[in-house]
Design a protein around this ligand. Structure first.
Ligand code: KIV
Length: 421
């Protein structure tokens, strides 16, 4: 499977930064610094946000949503610093210039703050949103659908009138909004100048086939949609954010909104590393889609975001968890030692992971003879078959009592069993 994905990558057209004309190219919009920062307890200082933004640019994300400038003077400053520095890399051929984006509600004060922050970037974007589901319009906004359409149109046009060349519009809670109403509001904001239409599943309510159909229906029924990019923004309340995002991409979305480690409001967002690696690994089943992400920077980026946000991923987190490339059971370890493709669909090198040992073997009570013997060789011990059988019995007794057997445990066992007079 690894080989198939490598061949497929070779067939892909050469990646050109900021490419917008290839129908198979999927833009990655990273909102770690905005939606990610909305995770309880994840606030970052301006300096931390700048460090993370630099790393996101290195990773090759197409759009960095750097914050919500109207939310506080500090956030406005943070987004402005990112726009000035990360949004203006030194000129040169092939240099990646990320879009720097600021979020705003559909009102002039928010839009002014967003523009003040992002206008310093070479490729600035304002992202403005208003809720479109019945439940939000009635209970939160207390506005009629007609009023909501009028506000959306006016505010998109206002953002464009400030000189912002790139305006993204989100109908918040699109996953629970009436379809005909969505087609209508999207048509109107396209006419008002929106360049990207983001479709948020704000409460992570949809199922993958349902979200895919939502994107396909919007693509088929919204007049003027061919002049804009369709985007996904999937929250993870039912644990379906990655699956929904991929279903959206398959149905025609060409921008995917994600966060590093999947952090974000409540149960978080679709995670960049999962979405990007699924596209990289299984691109052939996704009609040949590809991204511009330099995946070898994923591990470091994940670690940086864990450190700065204070949110640590669980050990079994896909792609970046401590156990994601570790093998403990005897059957798996035996397979790995014979051929790594038996239990690994991604090479650790692809995400820039260096493991403590080549095969990712961790010793525990489920480990078998093959793995334990390899460990002895790895740490420099050659013992006879008879000695090994005695040793292995003792190993199993110790391993029963411990979560992990370390190199030091092995050394101690060897000195007990074999080298004692
Ligand atoms: O979840 C959501 O709906 C959002 C929008 C502002 C895109 O974060």
């Amino acid at each position: 499977r690894i080989r198939a994905s490598q061949q497929q990558q070779r067939r892909r057209p050469e990646y050109v930064p900021n490419r917008i004309d290839d129908p198979n190219y999927v833009r990655i919009f990273d909102t770690t610094l905005r939606d990610g920062e909305q995770s309880p307890g994840a606030t970052m200082t301006s300096a931390e946000k700048l460090v993370v933004a630099r790393q996101l640019a290195r990773l090759g994300v197409d759009v960095i949503e750097a914050g919500f400038p109207a939310s506080s003077p500090d956030d406005l400053d943070a987004v402005r610093s990112i726009a000035i520095e990360v949004g203006n890399p030194p000129e040169g051929e092939g240099v990646h210039v990320p879009v720097i984006c600021g979020l705003s509600r559909c009102n002039r004060r928010d839009i002014d703050a967003a523009w003040e922050a992002v206008r310093h970037a070479r490729r600035p974007r304002i992202h403005t949103f208003i809720a479109t589901s019945e439940i939000h319009m009635q209970h939160k906004l207390r506005k009629t659908p007609e009023q909501v359409v009028a506000i959306a149109k006016e505010m998109v046009a206002y953002a464009r009138s400030l000189g912002c060349p790139d305006v993204e519009f989100s109908p918040e809670d699109a996953g629970r909004s009436n379809r005909e109403f969505l087609y209508h509001i999207l048509e109107e904001v396209i006419k008002a100048g929106a360049t990207t239409l983001n479709i948020p599943d704000t409460v992570g309510y949809t199922l993958p086939y349902e979200f895919g159909k939502l994107i396909a229906d919007i693509k088929a029924n919204t007049p003027g949609i061919e002049n804009a990019i369709i985007s996904t923004h999937c929250q993870n309340d039912l644990g379906l954010a990655t699956a929904n995002t991929l279903a959206g991409a398959r149905a025609g979305a060409r921008q995917l909104e994600v966060t590093i480690n999947g952090i974000g409001e409540r149960a978080g967002n679709a995670s960049l590393e999962e979405v990007v690696m699924a596209i990289k690994c299984r691109g052939e089943l996704l009609d040949g889609l590809y991204t511009g992400i330099h995946s070898q920077h994923i591990t470091l980026t994940s670690k940086m975001v864990q450190e700065h946000s204070g949110l640590h991923v669980q050990p079994h987190k896909a792609i970046v968890g401590a156990n994601a490339f570790a093998h403990e059971s005897g059957i798996h370890q035996d397979g790995m030692l014979k051929y790594k493709g038996t239990y690994e669909i991604i090479s650790p090198d692809d995400i820039g992971l260096t493991r403590a040992n080549e095969f990712g073997i961790v010793l525990g009570k489920l480990s078998g003879r093959h793995a334990v013997r390899s460990k002895l060789v790895e740490i420099g011990y050659e013992i006879s078959d008879k000695e090994f059988e005695d040793f292995f019995k003792r190993y199993k007794e110790v391993a029963e009592k411990k979560k992990r057997v370390t190199d030091e445990d092995i050394e101690a066992l060897l000195s007990d069993e074999i080298f004692q007079p």
